[in-house]
Design a protein around this ligand. Structure first.
Ligand code: RNT
Ligand code: ZN
Length: 428
C-alpha cells in the first residue's frame, strides 16, 4: 500500500513538473509535444556485442583481435543466443521508444556446426529475424573481419595474398545478402557496415598498394546491386587501432573518397579520430556531399577505448548537429562500445538513454540562439546557449519515459539489479 501511494505521488509529480516545463518551453516558442513525436521517429541501433564482449556464437575459440579490446570481467555475460536475447529484451524494456538491433556476422546461429565466415547464409540469421519481428525491431548488420585465423597478421580485404582477400570478399558479400534478407523480411533497410582492422604496426614501405587493394576488394564486395529498400552499405574509417598505429589502411581520407565516389554511407565512429577532433563538426560537411551517413556513437578516452556513452558536451554537440540535419532521412544512429567492467545490460541502458536524452535536449533548443547568430549578435548567442543548459529538459525526459512505459530516473537500475540477482548470477 505504502509503495502504491508513493508511486502515485511520483506519477503526479512527474505530470506536474512536466506541465511547468512544457509552459517554460512554450514561452520560448517550443512545442514540447511535437518534440516528443519527433524523438519517437529516431531509433537507435543497439550493438549486440555489448552483451558478450564481442564474442559471438561461432564456438571456434577465436579470441578478439583487430586492435579492439574489451576490459573487465563483470559476471553474467551472455553465453549463447537465448541469453543474449533475454538480456537485450531486459535492456529494451528500460529504454523509451522504438529501437533497432545491430548484429555482427559472428552472432549467427550455426547449430553447433563449424560454419566459416565465407559460408554464412541468411538461414543462420532466421532466428534473429523472427525474434526481431516479435519485438518490432529493425536489424542492422556487420561482417566480422577480425577474430579469425585469416586476419591474424592484421590484414583482411587489403591483404597481399589474393586467397585471403577473396576469403574476406566472400564474407562481406554474404554479409550484404544477409543484411538484405533482414531488411526485406522486416520492411526496413538494414545498414550493413564494413569495418576492417587492416594496418601496419611499423612504418610501411608502401602505403599505396594496400589502399589500392582495399578499394578493389570493396568494389568486388559491392558489385552486386541490392535494393536500397532492403540494404544500405556503409564503410567505417579509423585513425589507428592497437597494432596498426603507423598506418591504418582504411583511413578517414580513404573512406571519405570511397563513400563519395561509390555513393556509400560513411560511418563516423566517435572514437576513431584524434581526441581533439569533433565528430559533431564533421556532420554538416559530410552531408553536403553524401546523402546519408551512419554514426557509431561511442566515447573514446585517450584512444578508441569504447567507453559507455555518457552525457558529455561532445555527445550534446553531436546530438544538436544530428537534429539540425534531418536525421530521420539522412542519419542512422548506432552505438558502439564494449564495457565488461560493469553490468552489461546497464551499459546498454546508460548509453542509449544518454543518446536519446541528448537528442531530446537538441530538439528543445530555443530558436532564439540561431536568430541571435543571424543578426550577428554573438553576445546573445553565447548568453542564450549557456542559459539553455539550465532549461528543465529533465522534466520532459521523465514524462517521456513515463508515457512510453519505462522506468523514470534511476528506477531502471532496480530492474537491472533484480535481473542480475535472478538471472545473471546463475551464469557464474
Ligand atoms: C572498431 C570499429 C567497429 C567495431 C565493431 C565491433 O574500431 O569501431 O565498428 O567496434 O564492428
Ligand atoms: Zn565503430
Amino acid at each position: 500500500m505504502a509503495r502504491k501511494t508513493m508511486l502515485l505521488k511520483k506519477s503526479r509529480r512527474i505530470q506536474t513538473t512536466f506541465e511547468f516545463a512544457r509552459d517554460a518551453y512554450a514561452e520560448l516558442g517550443i512545442d514540447v509535444a511535437q518534440t516528443l513525436t519527433r524523438l519517437r521517429t529516431l531509433p537507435i541501433s543497439l550493438h549486440c556485442w555489448q552483451g558478450d564482449d564481442v564474442g559471438g556464437f561461432e564456438g571456434a575459440g577465436n579470441s578478439l583481435s583487430g586492435g579492439i579490446a574489451v576490459t573487465g570481467n563483470y559476471f553474467g555475460k551472455a553465453r549463447n543466443v537465448e541469453e543474449l536475447r533475454s538480456d537485450l529484451e531486459q535492456a529494451l524494456a528500460l529504454i523509451p521508444g522504438k529501437q533497432r538491433l545491430n548484429l555482427h556476422a559472428c552472432y549467427g546461429e550455426f547449430g553447433g556446426k563449424k560454419v566459416d565466415r565465407n559460408e554464412i547464409t541468411p538461414e543462420h540469421f532466421t532466428g534473429w529475424i523472427e525474434w526481431a519481428k516479435v519485438h518490432n525491431l529493425g536489424l542492422d548488420f556487420n561482417p566480422t573481419c577480425f577474430a579469425h585465423p585469416n586476419s591474424n597478421d592484421g590484414f583482411t580485404l587489403s591483404h597481399q595474398d589474393k586467397g585471403i582477400r577473396e576469403f574476406w570478399i566472400e564474407h562481406c558479400r554474404r554479409s550484404r545478402e544477409i543484411g538484405a534478407a533482414m531488411g526485406k523480411a522486416l520492411g526496413t533497410p538494414c545498414i550493413t557496415n564494413v569495418w576492417v582492422p587492416d594496418g601496419f604496426k611499423e612504418t610501411p614501405a608502401d602505403r599505396l598498394a594496400p589502399r589500392q587493394r582495399l578499394a578493389e576488394s570493396l568494389d568486388a564486395v559491392f558489385k552486386k546491386k541490392l535494393p536500397a529498400t532492403d540494404n544500405l552499405d556503409a564503410v567505417e574509417p579509423k585513425l589507428f587501432g592497437i597494432g596498426a598505429e603507423s598506418c591504418t589502411i582504411g583511413s578517414h581520407e580513404f573512406y571519405l573518397g570511397y563513400a563519395i565516389t561509390r555513393r556509400k554511407l560513411l560511418c563516423l565512429d566517435a572514437g576513431h579520430f584524434h581526441p581533439t577532433e569533433s565528430v559533431a563538426d564533421k556532420i554538416s560537411s559530410l552531408l553536403l556531399y553524401l546523402p546519408k551517413i551512419l554514426l557509431h556513437v561511442s566515447r573514446g578516452v585517450r584512444w578508441d577505448s569504447d567507453h559507455v556513452v555518457t552525457f558529455t558536451d561532445e555527445l550534446q554537440s553531436m546530438a544538436r548537429e544530428i537534429i539540425a540535419h534531418d536525421p530521420a532521412n539522412r542519419i542512422h544512429l548506432g552505438l558502439d562500445y564494449f564495457d565488461a567492467s560493469i553490468n552489461r545490460i546497464a551499459a546498454w541502458v546508460i548509453g542509449t538513454r544518454n543518446l536519446l536524452r541528448a537528442l531530446l535536449v537538441a530538439l528543445l533548443e530555443p530558436s532564439a540562439i540561431r536568430a541571435a547568430e543571424l543578426r550577428g549578435d554573438n553576445t546573445s548567442r553565447l548568453a542564450l546557449q549557456e542559459e539553455a543548459r539550465a532549461l528543465p529538459f529533465g522534466a520532459v525526459w521523465d514524462y517521456y519515459c513515463e508515457t512510453q512505459g519505462v522506468p523514470v530516473g534511476p528506477a531502471w537500475l532496480e530492474e537491472v539489479k533484480s535481473y542480475e540477482k535472478r538471472v545473471l548470477i546463475q551464469r557464474i
